[in-house]
Design a protein around this ligand. Structure first.
Ligand code: PLP
Length: 747
């Protein structure tokens, strides 16, 4: 079958392999594989792609009435992988594969850059290293390439064998294997190592850090040359990764030039910029591959009526004077590749030329475009809440792995996504396949719809004042009282609404809102007497899921909820979804997951209970700013309003433009709170002002004007801050003022 696919690809010159319809760029040259994943089904997009000019499809089912050439297979993912395997076997390139828990992408990029000095080199785009990413990477390797560097990553046991069969590497680099995390599915660390080392089973040589020698001896066949690299304990990650890369390159007669060893900005940032623009910056290695994914990232943020501009620095793999074709952009500014020179760009393009548009600025660090992107980003907003969208995806999938595949996840994006901003999160969660979004008020839901979020949305606590908006935006209300039910029925009937989904809330012990068990009979009677609404779900909320010493109370709630649902089912005569677990509940009482669960705080990477199931969550939100002034003061000097801090030693004191108006709690002043600067925790001195605070940086190595200051996040857990204040992380996260710019990024 794969031969037939390859033949069709060659015959039609369809050398662009597509699995995500949103990334369509060159229809005539595209072959689309309709993949079925846990979250989506590529078959849904075939008609649209055909209409846009795609002519070749690999499918599991041939759709009716769509023009095009269809190749039917049993499993499109298997066909994609097998096609890549056959394509790979016909390549003459020498193939190096890189895997490991960390550092794969940078090692791959360095090696590819080093090989390129010797001969034509292909490599995996960005971090395309999965069961889908690897075949796509291989199918992108040029027939004439002398070298190919391919990244391989796995998320569960059993995946590496398949990757190995496709990649067939000559040399394998293992960047390191991290400790076992729960829910990874391996029996123990040794099993995890063996799985990763499968990549080397048919290789000529494997390069690894000496600390995993034992695992290598146990798992890699004797026929494979084993090259252990001794990494000095004092080495930082760059030295560590470059030692491994250097060794692997040597095996293929190449060297690693010193200037190639540099940090890599893998992040794609989206942030608000000057003149109401949104700026996407990409400082990754600038070539056509990475351009494709950056354009993708941008096009998904496009909204109707907004202009799209691309500013592009010279592409490394395009030394011709031909400017690359970019579809869908209203304006493209090229630097190099036959466009403007760097000098012309500096002279002719200014920040004032841009307003109210979506801008992708792609250029490597140090270049004119990267420099210009900083100006566009309105850098006077030094204080930002950074939101890591990959961490959201990671945490979502972490919880999904704890649940049955059929259980729906309601992602709580109330209070503007726990302060992180609902819209970007909603978009990310929609594409991850969350079952529902839950907002607190109708306005929040309306805003999401306006921005193109199409998935089901639940509105909790709606004091509905605008029923037109509720119904027209398909926002599904929570119903917690008879008054409310009557009002919805009355308003719905006026508008001719029927079968409108509502979510019935019961109070099983929280004692906040909800029907009581004793209401069931009359509630069912009213519900059966109307056509306006239909019960989409019945739910309740736990009061003590995160109180490890109150499980008796929780069990009481869970049992009462179970019996309420049984009586509702009998009373209504039709099925509905049931949900009762919040974050802590999912981790601790998964046997009560029913058909759905409601994931809140842990989606944002905050662990409120510290049980094994919540280990490995990633931080989503980081509040940071920069130092804007530094002074040395002698012991005895007072700092700030009311002289509340008197220095007890000669000190270096810095001022940071974050105050209580940004959401920094005043109770953290006068040495109660600390902030993170260059690895040191620095006390906040004096009373916190409205727009600024002062910190003691005497012990922070290298802290100076411009240094980054973290108030909570990546390095300083938000729960440490909430503990100091005697509150909970929820309050800290949701208190960051709207005036603080939110910056979203992917790694
Ligand atoms: C906020 C909320 C949740 C989520 O709780 P977390 O503790 O943040 O996971 C779930 N259900 C309801 C009804 C909520 O209001």
């Amino acid at each position: 079958m794969s031969d037939i696919i390859l033949e069709a690809i060659c015959r039609r010159g369809a050398d662009v392999v597509l699995t995500d319809s949103r990334s369509l760029r060159e229809p005539a040259r595209t072959v689309f594989f309709a993949l079925r994943t846990a979250n989506n089904d590529g078959h849904k997009y075939i008609a649209e792609l055909a209409a846009r000019g795609v002519g070749l499809f690999v499918v599991e089912e041939i759709p009716d009435g769509v023009d095009g050439e269809f190749i039917k297979v049993d499993n499109t993912l298997a066909a994609l992988q097998h096609t890549a395997e056959i394509y790979r076997s016909g390549l003459s390139a020498r193939v190096v594969a890189v895997t490991g828990s960390k550092g794969k992408t940078i090692v791959k990029e360095w090696m590819a850059e080093a090989f390129a000095l010797k001969g034509e080199t292909s490599r995996s785009p960005r971090s395309w290293n999965s069961q889908i990413g690897v075949p796509l990477s291989l199918l992108g390797v040029s027939q004439t390439a002398e070298f190919a560097v391919i990244e391989a990553g796995i998320s569960m046991p059993g995946e590496m064998a398949r990757l190995e069969r496709m990649i067939r590497p000559e040399v394998v680099v293992i960047t390191g294997i991290e400790e076992l995390r729960p829910a990874e599915g391996y029996e123990d660390y040794a099993a995890k190592c063996s799985e990763k080392l499968l990549l080397a089973r048919n290789a000529r040589a494997v390069v690894y850090q000496a600390s995993i020698q034992e695992a290598v001896d146990r798992s890699v066949p004797p026929s494979v040359m084993k090259i252990a690299v001794e990494v000095p304990p004092s080495a930082d990650w760059m030295q560590h990764d470059s030692l491994l890369a250097r060794e692997a390159l040597r095996l293929l007669g190449a060297e690693l030039p010193d200037d190639v060893v540099r940090p890599l900005r893998t992040r794609l940032d989206a942030s608000d910029g000057v003149n109401n623009c949104t700026i996407i910056t990409d400082r990754f290695t600038c070539d056509s591959f990475s351009l494709t994914s950056a354009l993708d990232f941008m096009m998904r943020r496009r909204t109707a009526g907004r202009r799209v501009t691309v500013i592009l620095d010279r592409l490394r793999d395009c030394d011709c004077d031909r400017m690359p074709q970019i579809d869908g952009a209203d304006r493209v500014i090229y630097v190099g590749n036959g466009g403007l020179t760097a000098e012309q760009f500096r002279a002719e393009v200014s920040v004032g030329d841009f307003s109210d548009e979506l801008i992708l600025a792609k250029g490597e660090e140090g270049g004119v475009v990267s420099e210009f992107a900083e100006q566009l980003q309105a850098r006077h907003h030094e204080t930002v809440l950074e939101v890591n969208l990959d961490a959201i995806v990671h945490n979502f999938n972490h919880f999904r792995a704890l649940l049955k595949p059929s259980t729906g996840i309601v992602a709580m994006v109330k209070a503007s996504g726990y302060g992180a901003g609902a819209y970007e999160l909603a978009k990310t969660l929609q594409s991850q396949g969350a079952a529902y979004l839950a907002v607190a008020v109708v306005d929040e839901g309306e805003e999401l719809r306006r921005n193109g979020i199409t998935m089901p949305i639940m509105a909790l606590n709606p004091k509905v004042t605008n029923y037109d908006s509720l119904f027209s935006n398909r926002l599904e209300p929570e119903v917690f009282s008879f008054d409310m039910l009557d009002e919805i029925i009355r308003e719905g009937a006026k508008r001719g609404v029927t079968g409108y989904p509502v979510h019935i809330k019961f109070d099983t012990g929280m004692h906040r809102l909800g029907f009581l068990e004793s209401d069931i009979d009359s509630l069912c009677r009213r519900l059966l007497a109307t056509e306006v609404v239909t019960v989409a779900s019945v739910f309740s909320h736990l009061a003590t899921a995160d109180c490890l010493d109150m499980d008796d109370y929780t069990m009481g709630q869970l049992n009462m909820f179970t019996s309420i649902c049984e009586r509702m089912r009998a009373g209504l005569g039709y099925a509905f979804k049931r949900h009762v677990l919040n974050s802590a509940g999912i981790a601790r009482f998964p046997q009560w997951q029913f058909e759905m669960v409601r994931l809140g705080i842990s989606l944002y990477g905050v662990d409120t209970i510290s049980v094994p199931e919540t280990r490995g969550l990633r931080t989503v939100s980081t509040l940071r700013s920069i130092i804007i002034s530094v002074k040395d003061w002698p012991a005895g000097t007072s700092i700030g309003y009311g002289r509340r801090t008197i220095l007890d030693r000669d000190s270096k004191v810095a001022t940071v433009p974050v105050g209580y108006a940004d959401g920094l709690d005043r109770h953290l002043g006068n040495r109660v709170g600390k902030v993170w600067v260059n690895g040191a925790l620095c006390p906040i001195l004096g009373n916190i002002c409205m727009d600024a605070c002062m910190i003691d940086i005497t012990d922070a190595p290298g802290a100076e004007t411009g240094s980054s200051v973290e108030f909570f996040g990546e390095n300083l857990p938000v729960s440490d801050v909430s503990d100091l204040l005697g509150t909970i992380p929820y309050e800290i996260l949701t208190s960051v003022s709207p005036r603080v710019k939110r910056v979203y990024y992917r790694e």
